[in-house]
Design a protein around this ligand. Structure first.
Ligand SMILES: [Zn+2]
Length: 411
């Protein structure tokens, strides 16, 4: 791939360690994560109990999040590489998808933890990855653990949900080219409401709830949400735009998966997202077909901890095409891919939607710089990764628990 270069961790580690800032070591905490902890196939050094300073893993910028990831990767992983993205970050930095592995290449079982599919949401995923990297030693011999950091590094760096082409990477995994020509009728009707082609205004903001109320009255919550979030392929400056070709992040991920998992029989992935569902709570999304035996595993193992929803039928999410899991299962046809999404709610849906709509208008129709721009970014980040310590600690613990439960349940 033209835009990608791979660097091995060999020889890189010492440089990374020297240039990385030291992150405080979490102290020992006698409390356990939960009284119902499952038996583990992932082993944490000294157990998992000592992660008491989870909030220290949350970084405020892409640069520091990546630095932290690289530091832990250099210290504790068997392999580490960077896939370069052809775009620049908020401070002009280079952008990379960073991938670390604990265990052997091409394992029989692979566990994959992914952050930053939706850029801004990546600050939770990055913190979870750091917490796991920091404490994980080794899996069983036939299982390897992968960390994919910042799948959409542009979005993470610029504090946007979408990538350098305004594309939502979770709507971009076409397994059929016809996707690019598909038309979302409901979205088209609501286009002017979703994407006003003007800078955000106080008056508009003031009437926003009334407008949403009117739309809800006319369309109903379900169809409104569905029309907006199902994804669209017609309006390159609109929200939930899925693109017209596969984006570089997706192509790089596919090449990596094809090469790395040639003989892998089972792959369990946790893709970390935020912004949907009840605040602070994790909803687990899957897309297992009806009658899939894994459905009962999912219910038995996960339902005492999380709400479980089918990706296309639940109350919280709505059907969308081009999701990451579909693309990965398509390219790994001989591997059983169990792909779960951890979705952690932040604020109510109207607040989150308002933040998305406002940010998109700011991006396309204003030229803010300096402090004004930073304020906008900070507000947007809050909508997806709240400052609340309670929220942050619970979200990370829930993600780690998902990783553990699934490893026991699907392998
Ligand atoms: Zn997301």
């Amino acid at each position: 791939m033209e835009s990608s270069t791979k660097k091995d961790v060999d020889g890189e580690g010492s440089r990374l360690r020297r240039t990385s800032k030291t992150v405080e070591d979490p102290t020992t905490d006698p409390k356990t994560i939960t009284s119902q902890e499952p038996s583990r196939k992932i082993h944490f050094k000294n157990g998992f109990n000592e992660i008491s300073r989870i909030t220290s893993f949350f970084q405020e910028s892409y640069i520091s999040a990546r630095r932290q990831f690289r530091m832990y990767a250099a210290e504790g992983c068997d392999s580490y590489q960077q896939l370069e993205i052809n775009a620049k970050g908020f401070s002009g930095e280079d952008l990379t998808i960073d991938i670390a592995r604990i265990g052997l290449k091409n394992p029989r079982n692979a566990v994959v933890l992914i952050s930053g599919t939706h850029g801004v949401e990546g600050f939770l995923g990055s913190a979870t990855q750091a917490a796991v990297l920091h404490k994980t030693s080794i899996l069983s011999k036939d299982t390897s653990l992968y960390f994919i950091h910042g799948l959409n590094p542009y979005g993470m760096s610029h504090v946007r949900r979408v990538n350098e082409n305004n594309v939502d990477l979770n709507r971009n995994n076409a397994i059929d080219e016809a996707l690019w020509a598909s038309v979302n009728e409901g979205y088209t009707k609501l286009y002017d409401f979703i994407n006003p082609e003007s800078p955000p205004s106080t008056i508009d903001d003031f009437f926003f709830k009334a407008k949403v109320g009117w739309k809800l009255f006319r369309h109903g919550m379900r169809s409104l949400q569905s029309a907006v979030t199902a994804g669209q392929y017609q309006f390159p400056k609109g929200l939930y735009y899925g693109g017209r070709v596969k984006e570089q992040s997706i192509k790089l991920l596919e090449s990596f998966f094809k090469e790395e998992f040639q003989n892998t029989k089972k792959l369990y992935a946790v893709e970390i997202h935020t912004g949907l569902g009840p605040s602070g709570e994790t909803t687990v999304f899957h897309d297992f077909p009806e009658n899939d035996p894994r459905l009962s595993d999912l219910t038995n193992h996960f339902s005492s901890f999380y709400k479980i929803e089918h990706d296309k039928e639940g109350e919280v999410a709505t059907p969308n095409l081009g999701g990451l899991q579909q693309g990965v299962q398509h390219i790994l046809s001989n591997c059983e891919v169990s792909w779960l999404i951890q979705e952690v709610g932040t604020y109510d849906p109207i607040t989150v939607f308002r933040a998305l709509r406002k940010e998109n208008r700011q991006h396309f129709y204003t030229d803010l710089t300096g402090k004004d721009l930073i304020k906008v970014k900070r507000d947007f980040l809050e909508a997806f990764v709240p400052q609340s310590e309670k929220w942050r600690i619970r979200a990370v613990k829930d993600g780690i628990l998902m990783l553990e439960i699934g490893t026991n349940c699907f392998f």
